[in-house]
Design a binder for this molecule. Sequence first.
Ligand SMILES: Cc1cc2nc3c(=O)[nH]c(=O)nc-3n(C[C@H](O)[C@H](O)[C@H](O)COP(=O)(O)O)c2cc1C
Length: 408
Amino acid sequence: MKDSILFTPFQLGPLTLRNRTIRSAAFESMGKDFGPTQALKDYHVSVARGGVGMTTLAYAAVNRGGISFNSQLWLRDAIIDPLRDITDAIHAEGAAVGIQIGHCGNMTHWFTAGKFPVGASTGFNLYSPTFVRGLRKKECREIARDFGDAVRVAHEAGFDEVEVHVGHGYLISQFLSPYTNHRHDEFGGSLQNRMRFMDMCLDEVMEQATRYRMAVVAKHNMEDGFKGGLEIPESIEVAKQIERHGLHAIVLSSGFVSKAPMAVMRGRIPTGAMAYYMPMKSLPQKLVIRMFGNWMIKQYDYEECFFLENARKFRKELQMPLIYVGGLISREGIERVLDEGFELVQMARALVNDPEFVNKLHAGDMDTRSGCDHRMYCIARMYSDRMVCCHNCNDVPECIWKELRKLK
Ligand SMILES: Cc1cc2nc3c(=O)[nH]c(=O)nc-3n(C[C@H](O)[C@H](O)[C@H](O)COP(=O)(O)O)c2cc1C
């Protein structure tokens, strides 16, 4: 371990990170009135105190129509002061802080987004479920500007970095993916055309980021995870385009929330727990998930470093810094990824389970492992309540533990 780079600094564009670890954007579901709360602050400060190089506030919408959860952040001037309170507290712990920015596109409802859901193409989204209207060209330009303005707001709120969500089936990814993009204009058809909306958003983001000297990364799909979605050869071309835009790194992920959500993180989701936390006002969905969840949500077995094989293909083709995410829960796994030439690592579940994990890696040896056992309770509860590890709360009812024990 003598030559490990894990606890060496890294220059991410204009930002110096104290080590190679980043808490990946994993939706905390701790917002209120589309703004931050004390719980959100406490969690991220604990992760910063736990030794990460940078922590990332998850999944902030760039405008009102891009919101898919009531407990989500909407990055706007009105919440700059409370966000500044969080970023100051994180900086005081010696960590950097980023925020993921995105637009959910077709994955919302009128009553959450405050307007008719929009996406790359008109159609019906079974996931929400809702009808969706394809964006007009003028609206594409307006949303791209909202991405740029979100960078300004992030800067004023004290963030060091923004992570642009280009993957997971959110709006930019809905344009990139042949599964959701059926347009016949200059935004559809060829890969060049499908990248056009991303290009517009990244142009706006990079203009503002350069002005404010902020680091920018993109979270990108190596593949959507099903036939008819974005596949690796095209995705490598998209990554090269992101490189040409001058972003400072790419986070290599996969999966499509409205079609293959578990491809993002692997592991078998406890659908009983998911239904349990859904509110009674969503009774039809609660019953559907309870009865058919296991059949509707494709399950994937978990293994350590589950994206490494695909990530290597991108490492070969790109010169820019790459951030590995996916199945890191041990020192041995992290070292394996860094040895393969990835500059930084992101972790979600290891740091949901234990915000102190990075300090433990520092103090421990090659055998240091996280206590996360991938029962996926955190994600099941996140959908309707808040993100929390089943090992860190004492209000998990016995009926849920019964399901979790079976899934281990
Ligand atoms: C509770 C939870 C919420 C997540 N929310 C987001 C999100 O808002 N944005 C995102 O890009 N990825 C999200 N993810 C995916 C993670 O950032 C990460 O890519 C994935 O979990 C694999 O990393 P891990 O094996 O270290 O958990 C979420 C994951 C979890 C467990």
